[in-house]
Design a protein around this ligand. Structure first.
Ligand code: FEO
Length: 172
């Protein structure tokens, strides 16, 4: 049985991952409206991955005998002026999510909850990748997004992203 505070933190994280999906779909809405369908596609896939993360944590909680509850999902509160803005907001958001995973990990460590620590190992690694992806997007936009040809090339590159279910993750 999980300690109550750890179960609560994980349950909150389910909501945060669903919010991440919602946020990235909002980014996709912006890019679709701007005619940048490759950027929109990239974030639609990112939203699918975030939903996977939510389902993985939900499944872990259920398997631990925890009653999962859902909160309201916050309205994405972002207005964008340039195609760079969502990329920077995405990097900041991933840094925040990493800090939440680390908080849960620290709580599990404090409680000697080795099972949850092992479960979260996948998320620690995943967050490293997510932060790197978000940082790469910002850097590429800084380097190449300054003119219409560069933006077109970036849009083409992002359009090629393929969704891969997080099957290697825990407790699907
Ligand atoms: Fe589920 Fe992008 O963190």
């Amino acid at each position: 049985m999980l300690e109550k505070n750890i179960a609560q933190l994980l349950n909150e994280q389910v909501n945060k991952e669903l919010y991440s999906a919602y946020l990235y779909l909002d980014f996709a809405n912006y890019y679709a409206d701007e005619g940048l369908d490759g950027f929109a596609h990239w974030y639609e896939i990112q939203a699918q991955e975030e939903r996977d993360h939510a389902m993985m944590i939900r499944r872990y909680l259920l398997d631990c005998g925890v009653r999962v509850t859902f909160d309201a999902i916050e309205k994405p509160d972002k207005s964008f002026q340039t195609a760079m803005d969502p990329l920077q907001a995405g990097l900041e958001h991933e840094e925040y999510v990493s800090s939440r995973i680390e908080t849960i990990y620290a709580a599990a460590f404090g409680a000697k909850d080795f099972k949850t620590m092992q479960f979260l190992d996948w998320f620690v690694k995943e967050q490293g990748e997510e932060e790197k992806n978000a940082d790469d997007m910002v850097k590429k936009m800084q380097l190449f997004g300054g003119d219409s040809k560069g933006l077109y090339m970036l849009n083409q590159e992002l359009a090629a992203r393929v969704y891969t279910p997080s099957a290697t993750g825990p407790a699907m």
